[in-house]
Design a protein. Structure first.
Length: 202
């Protein structure tokens, strides 16, 4: 019997009950080449360095609840990345390069300040969970229809006025939250009809 590979974690992680005061990652973070999990949530980190792209064994990143305003393009070098949690940071955009992280299965980016998502997001074919609620997103790219494994999509409390016609192609979608947007009721009802096996929250 093959034993699962042990997770190697670099941790500065706190939680909602204990806020840390770390403002930056160690300058030698790129020397920790064997870590598979980076947990630095609930701190006061303002910058995620480009050198993060050297940690090519990373499978999980948790940088939620910090003060990060920008994600490095080098994230796209992390081919083994499966989980990325960036929620509750004042981030305005997700770099296009993230679409190169083709192993990504879960992306949590709620309560940021995102106005859009990459047009190439459809490249993330393994994505199962996409959480984008509480942002400023006005539209979604057509490539969303390529996310065939998507089972949970959270878009509540954004600025969406309409949805791509491609949504009906997301046949594995089980949960869809569209509450708190600007989409007309007629379009929402049509969407619910096109996704009979999905729990659509409006």
């Amino acid at each position: 019997m093959i034993k699962p590979e042990k997770k190697t974690t670099f941790e500065l992680y706190n939680d909602e009950n204990f806020q840390g005061y770390t403002k930056s990652l160690p300058k030698d973070i790129d020397q920790h080449i064997n870590i598979t999990c980076l947990e630095v949530g609930y701190n006061e980190i303002t910058i995620l360095p480009e050198s993060i792209g050297k940690l090519v064994k990373l499978e999980e990143i948790y940088i939620n609840n910090n003060k990060i305003t920008e994600l490095p393009k080098s994230l796209g070098l992390l081919k083994k990345l499966e989980i990325l949690t960036i929620s509750n940071n004042p981030i305005h955009m997700i770099p296009d390069e993230l679409s190169n992280c083709t192993s990504l299965e879960e992306l949590y980016a709620s309560n940021c300040e995102l106005v859009s998502i990459p047009k190439e997001i459809g490249n993330l074919r393994k994505l199962r969970i996409l959480s984008l609620e509480g942002n400023l997103i006005t539209s979604l790219p057509e490539s969303v229809s390529q996310l065939k494994n998507l089972s949970r999509l959270e878009l509540g409390n954004n600025k969406l006025k309409e949805l791509p016609t491609c949504f009906s192609k997301l046949t594995n979608l089980k949960s869809l939250d569209l509450s708190g947007n600007l989409i007309c009721e007629i379009d929402l009802n049509k969407l619910k009809e096109s996704l009979p096996n999905c729990n659509v929250k409006i």
